[in-house]
Ligand binder design. Structure first.
Ligand code: SF4
Length: 333
């Protein structure tokens, strides 16, 4: 039964051929997104979060990557399934899905707007292209949405150029771009990285209220566990292209299992606690020179010889909490 599932990714492997060799930026990743739920994908930079999202939208093919194996099943309705991994990234069908049905808020909004056209004109053109409405109607819809995301004096700012908007306003305009066509799935890739803390809180509130109002399923990609705690229903933790833990958010925060998840949680700043912020020693390995066995072993305080030799299997705890770590194997030493 897939009635409640809108997106199902199964054993996805996305590779890039670089000058120095072939890398698997996403390696055997599986997850489900339910209708109206918010899934958080979390991990440090270089863990494969963004490439997972860009594989779903088939953007990786424009960037020199390719989906080597696995399935990406998208269920626009309970009875209709589209196998995204099989679609040509340039096909009309994929173009219609990208932006109109599954859309993405990118990290850097400046790169999403053309500096030589006004913000309003660029947004209105998207409405005209996808909804086939008149110029006047498109303009009205854009102004309404710009007001909704609290762009002050939206009627007049419609004609502003991207450089005339502040960073926070550009991010709001980017959100308008992503929701213009009422997508079923919204993917927000580090939507607040470039913003200060106050604007960050406003943008996250905005994404949440639009999600509820428009009944969108949402994927939030972040390195920040506090964002995950506030915004998501389920969490998938990634490390070096692989999933290391997957659980509902409450369970993950109450009882994190993987040593990497525990370290990420220790790095959340606590109001009033002061002191040094914990940071994880070492860095994510280069995908060109991955260690054998568990990729986290070089940074893990519990690493055993078995960890260094063999990749841990997927282990299910309490029937729904997934972890990839030898510490939870039945035959652990
Ligand atoms: Fe650490 Fe071993 Fe678990 Fe990897 S499998 S996270 S090295 S204990």
């Amino acid at each position: 039964m897939h009635n409640d599932v809108i997106l199902e990714v199964n054993e996805l492997k996305t590779i890039f051929q670089t000058h120095s060799g072939r890398i698997a930026a996403v390696d055997n990743v599986s997850f489900k997104l339910q209708r109206n739920e918010t899934l958080g994908i979390v991990g440090e930079s270089g863990c494969g979060k963004s490439v997972t999202a860009r594989s779903i939208l088939k953007l990786v093919e424009f960037e020199g990557g390719s989906i080597e194996s696995g399935r990406i099943d998208y269920w626009p309705t309970a009875d209709e399934k589209i196998e995204l991994a099989l679609l040509d990234h340039r096909s009309k069908q994929m173009q219609n899905i990208r932006g109109a049905q599954i859309s993405m808020i990118f990290q850097e909004p400046m790169a999403s707007f053309n500096p030589v056209y006004s913000i309003g004109k660029q947004l209105a053109e998207i409405v005209i292209r996808h909804k086939r409405v008149s110029k006047r109607e498109a303009r009205d819809q854009v102004i309404e949405l710009l007001s909704k995301v609290k762009i002050p004096n939206a009627l007049h700012r419609f004609d502003d150029y991207p450089h005339e908007f502040s960073g926070g306003m550009r991010q709001r305009a980017m959100i308008v771009m992503a929701i213009l066509c009422n997508p079923r799935i919204l993917i927000a890739d580090e939507p607040t990285t470039a913003l200060d803390v106050t604007v960050e809180a406003q943008i996250l509130d905005l994404i949440h209220s639009l999600k509820v109002e428009n009944r969108m399923s949402t994927i939030i990609i972040t390195h920040d566990m506090s964002v995950v705690g506030e915004m998501t229903d389920h969490v998938m933790v990634m490390y070096a292209g692989r999933v290391v833990e997957y659980a509902d958010t409450e369970a993950l925060f109450a009882k994190p299992l993987h040593p990497y998840t525990k370290a990420l949680l220790q790095s959340i700043p606590m109001i009033g606690k002061g002191g040094e912020l914990f940071s994880i020693e070492g860095s994510v390995p280069s995908l060109l020179h991955l260690p054998s066995g568990c990729y986290f072993a070089p940074r893990c305080p519990y690493a055993s010889d078995r960890c260094k030799r063999t990749n841990p299997p997927e282990i299910l705890i309490d029937g729904k909490h997934l972890v990839h770590c030898w510490l939870y194997a039945e035959d652990r030493a």
